[in-house]
Design a protein around this ligand. Structure first.
Ligand code: TYD
Ligand code: MG
Length: 453
């Protein structure tokens, strides 16, 4: 039998044989906790008594039909779920505290309840009266959602047994505790055991279970990370403070594509789906300004246009500033280095600020060329034409690499009134939806063509 794991880092999940103040793996302090084994049944040696069974791979395909699904009737949510909620599946919805997880799930609960599912919403953070008040504010009081305010998991399982719902929402998994586990609620052992009990119970009864988990950007708060391995689907609810829009992103999904996103706007009456996010992210764009470039991006399966803004100014510091919001700082450093060594455009002695407008977070390397364009445009104080979008990856040699889904990007640009696209050269012709393509081979060519330098 494998040795029981004894200590686990709540930040990075590394397993340690003894306790220490700092985790060797991730360097975090005070994050190591004792991890209890999930079940402590009698130890046995040798083989099990149950007869093993194996199937042919081909048999499995015919034995398992498409799992039954229920639609919420909200496209932005159903798409992220991979086409609706699967019966007897386990989901984790993670996100920063206060981002809107409870709001989202209460609204989703109401939708599923109206579409025929028996839904139980268990709040461990708010009293039943508080949840009812929220439901009133969201105008959901007509929806037949059952409600419980409870943190003791045994009691919750008893309620589940009595109510026999099709869907249970646990808000949040960090507040749940089991009397058999000697650790505080929210600790890794409690979260892990509670999630394990819940998912096994739910799967056995054919109930779909959605667990809410608070996570900080650094993943510092104990718990949800260990739950990710136990569930079928992991969704993250993201957004920037001070901005109204929120993104629900599938980071793992056994029943649909990962990386799919749904876009919502937080309003006074809860979350409203955003059917045309490109228009939202470009809505504040005025006349063409130096440093502003529109990037034709892809998030999951959908094209999404957004604006990169750069500001470049002489630095009073010996170590010039590099500040980036909404994109990867390491990647910015790389683009700056490539611009300097391959296109002869240095940024030494200059502070560089890069921002994605609207608070969106872009992860695609396809944004390289848009970032480069924004940086050069800011440095040279030369604006790009108003009706132009940019996308493409930049390699360390300064060559431009074509990116996937060019056709989708161009179609979206055309839909929003853009007339030209600056892109890497492609071997294969694609439909451009009426957008004029300006194809470039490498950075020097790009600089000369676009900025005439
Ligand atoms: P909440 O769903 O409680 O966040 P979480 O469960 O992720 O901690 O949402 C909290 C924020 O949402 C709070 O700051 C108020 C805001 N909000 C609205 O703007 N409109 C609404 O209709 C509701 C219910 C909340
Ligand atoms: Mg909440």
């Amino acid at each position: 039998m494998a040795k029981d794991l004894s200590f686990i880092c709540t930040a990075c999940n590394a397993v340690h044989s003894k306790w220490s103040g700092q985790c060797d793996a991730c360097g975090a302090w005070n994050t190591i906790e004792e991890a209890k084994p999930l079940s402590s049944g009698p130890k046995s040696k040798g083989l099990g008594t149950k007869r093993g069974r194996a199937l042919d791979l081909t048999d499995l395909a015919t034995e398992q039909p498409e799992p039954p699904r229920t639609l919420a009737g909200v496209d932005e949510l159903d798409r992220v779920l991979g086409g609706g909620l699967v019966k007897a599946s386990a989901l984790l919805v993670g996100g920063d505290p206060g981002i809107g997880k409870s709001t989202l799930l209460l609204q989703a609960a109401a939708r599923f309840a109206r579409n025929g599912l028996k839904v139980l919403y268990v709040s461990g953070e708010e009293s039943a009266a508080q949840v009812q008040m929220r439901a009133r504010r969201l105008e959901l009081t007509e929806s037949p959602v059952r409600l419980a305010s409870e943190t003791n998991l045994r009691d919750i399982l008893t309620t589940l047994d009595a109510e026999a719902p099709d869907l249970v929402i646990i808000d949040s998994i960090q507040t749940m505790w089991l009397d058999t586990v000697e650790a505080a609620p929210g600790s890794v052992s409690q979260v892990r055991s509670a999630a394990h009990e819940l998912t096994t119970f739910a799967k056995r009864r054919g109930i779909a279970v959605v667990m809410v988990g608070h996570v900080t950007k650094e993943g510092q708060i104990a718990g949800p990370r260990v739950v990710e391995h136990m569930v079928d689907t992991v969704l993250y609810f993201e957004g920037e403070r001070g901005h109204q829009f929120r993104i629900l992103r599938a980071v793992k999904n056994r029943f649909g594509p990962a990386d799919e996103i749904g876009v919502f706007e937080m309003t006074g009456r809860g979350l409203v789906e955003v059917k045309n996010p490109s228009a939202l992210f470009l809505s504040e764009r005025g006349e063409p300004a130096p440093g502003s470039v529109v990037f034709a991006g892809i998030e999951g399966s959908r094209p999404m246009l957004c604006e990169f803004q750069a500001l470049v100014a002489p630095s009073p510091h010996s170590q010039p500033r590099r500040t980036v919001v909404g994109w990867d700082g390491g990647r910015l450093a790389m683009i700056l280095a490539v611009l300097e060594s391959r296109a002869g455009i240095p940024f030494t002695g200059l502070d560089v600020y890069l921002n994605v407008a609207g608070g969106l977070r872009v992860g695609e390397p396809a944004a390289d060329l848009a970032v480069a364009a924004a940086l050069i445009s800011a440095r040279e104080d030369a604006a790009l034409p108003k009706d132009c979008v940019v996308f493409g990856e930049i390699s360390l040699s300064g060559a431009l690499r074509p990116v996937g889904q060019t056709e989708n990007r161009l179609k979206e640009a055309a839909k929003l009134g853009f007339r030209t696209a600056v892109t890497p050269v492609r071997a294969k012709r694609v439909g451009s939806g009426g957008v004029e393509l300006r194809e470039m081979r490498d950075l020097p060519e790009f600089v000369e063509e676009v900025f005439g330098a």
